[in-house]
Design a protein around this ligand. Sequence first.
Ligand code: CP
Length: 308
Amino acid sequence: HKDLIGLRDLSKEEILSFIDLAKEFKALNNSDVKKSPSLHGKTVINAFYENSTRTRVSFEVAAKRLGADAINFSSSQSSSKKGETLVDTIRNMEAMKTDIFVLRHPNSGAAHFVAQNSDASIVNAGDGLNEHPTQGLLDLFTILEHKGSFENLTVAIIGDILHSRVARSDIWAMRKLGINVKLFGPPMMLPVHMEVFDCHVCSSMEEAVEGSDVIIMLRIQLERQDGNPFPSVREYSKFFGLTSTRMKLANKNAIVLHPGPINRGVEMNSDVVDNKDYSVILNQVENGVAIRMAVLHTLNLYRKSRNA
Ligand code: CP
């Protein structure tokens, strides 16, 4: 494909091939030199219309490790503040011979729309509530590393599912891989049509955690709720937070993931976040670089074959 817009669009084989390639890039990242020339001479622009730490920096690191020129564009300091449209902005930067754009945008569908209106490759780095495909891939890579296989696996995704593009990418991919997915969150933070996900919806934290091999905790997205969520932060922590006591209900050797940034003391207590027995949150961040290298490398191969 020219672009990576979402995991809903990919086959099981395509998802697994990104993970296989990421294993090779992870080995490179753990070597002495950490460089591969596969994107030498190419230009990658990170076009971010929303804040980011992990995704923006790891795409920049990934592009540089592959030898590309990596440029960061921040909408807050750009002419979009003067009213320039998204497509005009991308086309102007494309005129500078940009090969790949990594786009984060607050509106669902923005990456798809830009991809239809640009010859450059577009990687969706999170579009509104829709998808965050590289986060989904790095979650799967991390789960595979710790669990050895996707077979007979139960994953609980807990929290603010309504606002979570991470949850959507995880769910679409996990269902394709045959993973058993349980969902739980405050009723007002669940999408209306939960049936489209074909997942079991739990009615308590205890039900969600019990029998799970993997627990993915989501951030309560205060910025999408005017900073004034219902339930309140205190209630959220009590009824929907992951504690070390609740972790005892999970399966033996269960692991805990979180896409970050974490609201410590809200969706998770610090003794869970920092517990080295089961928290793999920083492994996710490490794997994010390798996954993004795999994605940039694959899109570049497609571009080469198209131009041959
Ligand atoms: N997980 C994630 O997307 O984090 P950032 O918003 O910091 O990129």
